[in-house]
Design a protein around this ligand. Structure first.
Ligand code: NIG
Ligand code: FE
Length: 399
């Protein structure tokens, strides 16, 4: 087993391993002049250089600040077509929901995505995933959800499976918007056909639903999530993006891994999340791109919830190709402190995917870490418009 001691870090900065909630999100460990021993892709020792064990090989990180690799817990990185006309209409005042209600928006991405092959989906998604990884993401969740029919949904999941050979991806089956006719039959077929097939083929780790006025009702969402659970899949939810219709309370009650968006969450939804094990995932790229209210990140943490942050990379509501930028936006738009944002983008984002083995620089964790251009980790949440990340290490190997 090859063993490497990484040395010459101006500082190594990490949250504690595992889910961190409330005030614990601000508790980082900062080790000056640190070293990190890695073998078999796993961290074996971490501490001050002066105390480091000897190793077969050393790698000098050139005085960089080192932080855990980021986990992007929410992306829609596989799509075809574009939403450039929607963008022009929206900036001139047409609301996102109106575009969707007229058959555009997500439905236009479904028409374009449904029309291309698996190979084309792979070709289109690859540079997006490269951009996320270069920005610091060492694990990336990718959703389906632009399939017009079940065959198209499976093509999206097959594209994600192919890309797993190149990137550390976590696939999610997203039940995104209902057909305009026959929605009861559609929900039944999702529960009785699509979910069992996807589970048996091992094509997804979780099922997500868009629970919203223009998408699925709470009762439809409940049926889909219960079917997911019956087939051994984890639960996630898009909820409270525009209206708090009860999805958050439902998902917390069902023990979902995460509820994502939360821009319209109020005191009841914040209390439900704070009183549950469900991670509250905020997506500030959507706030920036749609010009809508931000999720109440500050209030969620103050209430004791566990907050994660992701890009929500997608063509319609968040063309954010940088996980590092999502972290930086959480500070500006959702009022997280820099320390809370690092925790949100690492261990809590890993918890939102059910992955307790990553997100912290601690013994036994995967050796996923970032060497920054800076000697001070705070350049990560501070920097906008250029990447503060110099190199990205996944399982102890430079990506
Ligand atoms: O997370 N809100 C629903 N789904 C995506 C948007 C997808 C799209 O606009 O294409 C989201 O924002
Ligand atoms: Fe999303």
């Amino acid at each position: 087993m090859s063993e490497v001691l990484f040395t010459n870090m101006a500082q190594l900065v990490t949250p504690g391993a595992g889910l961190q909630r409330g005030a614990a999100m601000r508790e980082l460990t900062v080790i000056p002049d640190a070293a990190l021993l890695v073998s078999g892709g796993v961290i074996r020792w971490v501490g001050e250089r002066a105390q480091a064990p000897s190793a077969a090989r050393e790698h000098d990180l050139g005085g960089a600040a080192v932080v855990p690799g980021l986990v992007d817990p929410h992306t829609h990185a596989v799509w075809a077509g574009d939403r450039l006309a929607d963008f022009e209409a929206r900036v001139q005042g047409v609301p996102y929901e109106d575009i969707l209600a007229r058959g555009g928006g997500i439905r236009s991405s479904m028409r374009a995505t449904g029309a291309v092959s698996v190979e084309e989906l792979v070709r289109l998604a690859r540079p997006r995933l490269q951009a996320l990884q270069a920005s610091g993401a060492t694990t990336i969740e990718v959703k389906s959800g632009y399939g017009l029919d079940f065959a198209a949904e499976r093509r999206m999941l097959e594209a994600i499976r192919i890309l797993q050979a190149e990137f550390p991806l976590v696939p999610t089956l997203l039940i995104h918007v209902p057909p305009t006719e026959g929605r009861a039959e559609y929900v039944q077929a999702v529960c009785e056909d699509l979910i069992p097939e996807v589970a048996q083929a091992g094509l997804a780790a979780a099922v997500d639903v868009f629970c919203e006025k223009e998408a699925f009702t709470v009762e439809e969402t409940r049926a889909i999530l219960q079917a997911a659970r019956a087939y051994g899949l984890q639960l996630k939810l898009h909820a409270d993006q525009f209206h708090a219709i009860g999805g958050t309370e439902l998902a917390c009650g069902l023990g979902a891994l995460s509820v994502d968006h939360l821009e319209a969450s109020g005191p009841a939804q914040i209390a439900a999340l704070a009183g549950s094990e469900t991670v509250a995932t905020i997506l500030p790229g959507v706030t920036l791109h749609l010009g809508l209210p931000a999720a109440p990140g500050r209030a969620l943490i103050d209430a004791g919830a566990a907050v994660a942050v992701g890009t929500d990379l997608n063509p319609g509501s968040s063309p954010v190709f940088s996980t590092g930028l999502a972290l930086a936006l959480a500070v500006r738009l959702c009022r997280l402190t820099p320390a809370e944002a690092l925790t949100a983008a690492t261990v809590n984002a890993a918890a939102a995917l059910g992955l307790p083995d990553r997100g912290a620089l601690a013994v036994g964790q995967r050796a996923d870490f970032l060497a920054l251009h800076s000697r001070d980790w705070r350049d990560l949440p501070y920097t906008l418009g250029t990447s503060p990340v110099r190199d990205v290490w996944v399982g102890g190997v430079c990506a």
